[in-house]
Design a protein around this ligand. Structure first.
Ligand SMILES: Nc1ncnc2c1ncn2[C@@H]1O[C@H](COP(=O)(O)OP(=O)(O)OP(=O)(O)O)[C@@H](O)[C@H]1O
Ligand SMILES: [Mg+2]
Length: 282
C-alpha cells in the first residue's frame, strides 16, 4: 500500500527543476608569464560588469598572484579548503565589480604537486561553487600539470594565452596537442597577448594553426589579440584591473572582445564540472 502511494506520488510529482550549474572557463598556457592572470582577472571583471555572478579561482596553486593583480589580501586560500579548515564558499574574498576570488595561496608545497587524492578532495569541495555562480574562471599555472589535465578533461572550453614569440608558441602548441588527446571535443581558443600589432598576432596564429592542422588534425579558434600596452604594466603596479582603471586603453578594448568568445557560454557537462573532473582522476 505504502509502496503504491509512493509510486503514485513519484509518478505525479513534477520533475525537479534542473539545478543551475556554473559555466567553467579554463585559462592556461604552455610557457609561464604569457599573461594568463592578466587575461583571467580582467575577463572576470568584464563578465561581472555584464551581469554575471563570477568566481575567479586561482589554480596556480602555491604560486598564486591573482590576488595581487586585484589588490586583495585573502585570508583563506585553496590550501585551507584542501585541509578542510574552511568550505570553498567561505574561502572566497570580495573583489572589484562584485567578483569573488578563491586565492591559490603562496608557498604551499602540497598545492604545487597535489596527489590525485588531494585533487579529488579539492574538486569535491569546489563543487559547492557551481550552484552559486554563473561563471567560474580558472586561472591555471603554466603547462599541463595533473590539476590542469583534470580540469581539461571536464571542460567544454579552454582559452590558451600565448605571445607571438616562437618559444611561447611552441609551448602553447604542445599544450594544445596534450589537451586534444585528453579531451578531443574541447573548444580551444587562442589569445595572442603582448603583440606589437594585429598582423603579427594573426601571422603567429596562422603558424600555430598550420602546425596543428598537420600534426593534430584539428585547429584551435582565433579568439583575439591583446597589444603590448603600458597601461597593463601600470595596472599591475597599481593592483587594480586594467578594464576598471583604464577601460579605453588599447589592451582593455581588446580584452572586451576576448570576453565575448562564444565558447565561454557553452553549458557545462550534465554531471557538473567538478564531478566530471573527479571522475577523470580515477
Ligand atoms: N598585454 C600586455 N601588455 C604589457 N604587459 C603585459 C601584458 N600582459 C601581461 N603583461 C605583463 O606580464 C606580466 C605577467 O603576466 P601574468 O601574470 O598575467 O602572466 P601569467 O601567464 O599569469 O604568468 P604565470 O605563468 O607566472 O602565472 C604582467 O605582470 C605584466 O607585467
Ligand atoms: Mg598567472
Amino acid at each position: 500500500m505504502f509502496l503504491e502511494v509512493l509510486r503514485q506520488v513519484t509518478r505525479s510529482a513534477p520533475p525537479a527543476p534542473p539545478r543551475r550549474m556554473a559555466k567553467v572557463l579554463n585559462i592556461a598556457s604552455g610557457k609561464g608569464g604569457t599573461g594568463k592572470s592578466i587575461v583571467a582577472s580582467n575577463l572576470a571583471v568584464l563578465r561581472a560588469q555584464a551581469g554575471e555572478r563570477v568566481c575567479l579561482v586561482d589554480f596556480d596553486a602555491g604560486m598564486a598572484n591573482a590576488h595581487l593583480l586585484l589588490g586583495l589580501v585573502p585570508r583563506y586560500d585553496l590550501g585551507h579548503v584542501l585541509d578542510g579548515q574552511v568550505s570553498a564558499p567561505f574561502a572566497l574574498v570580495d573583489g572589484p565589480a562584485g567578483i569573488k576570488l578563491l586565492s591559490g595561496g603562496v608557498g604551499r608545497a602540497a598545492l604545487q604537486n597535489p596527489t590525485p587524492r588531494e585533487l579529488d578532495r579539492l574538486f569535491g569541495a569546489l563543487a559547492a561553487l557551481e550552484s552559486q555562480f554563473d561563471l567560474v574562471i580558472v586561472d591555471h599555472g603554466a603547462g599541463m600539470g595533473i590539476a590542469t589535465v583534470a580540469h581539461v578533461a571536464a571542460a567544454r572550453s579552454l582559452l590558451l594565452v600565448t605571445t607571438h614569440e616562437v618559444t611561447s608558441l611552441s609551448d602553447a602548441y604542445a599544450l594544445y596537442k596534450h589537451a586534444m588527446s585528453v579531451a578531443p571535443d574541447l573548444r580551444t581558443g587562442v589569445v595572442m597577448n603582448r603583440a606589437p600589432d594585429e598582423s603579427s598576432a594573426r601571422a603567429a596564429f596562422d603558424r600555430f594553426e598550420g602546425v596543428a592542422r598537420r600534426h593534430v588534425g584539428k585547429v584551435p579558434e582565433w579568439v583575439g589579440w591583446v597589444p603590448s600596452d603600458e597601461a597593463v604594466l601600470k595596472s599591475v603596479q597599481a593592483r587594480g584591473p586594467l578594464v576598471l582603471r583604464e577601460p579605453h586603453a588599447p589592451a582593455a578594448l581588446r580584452l572586451q572582445s576576448v570576453a565575448r568568445w562564444e565558447a565561454i557560454d557553452l553549458a557545462p557537462v550534465a554531471r557538473g564540472f567538478y564531478e566530471t573532473a573527479r571522475r577523470a582522476l580515477r
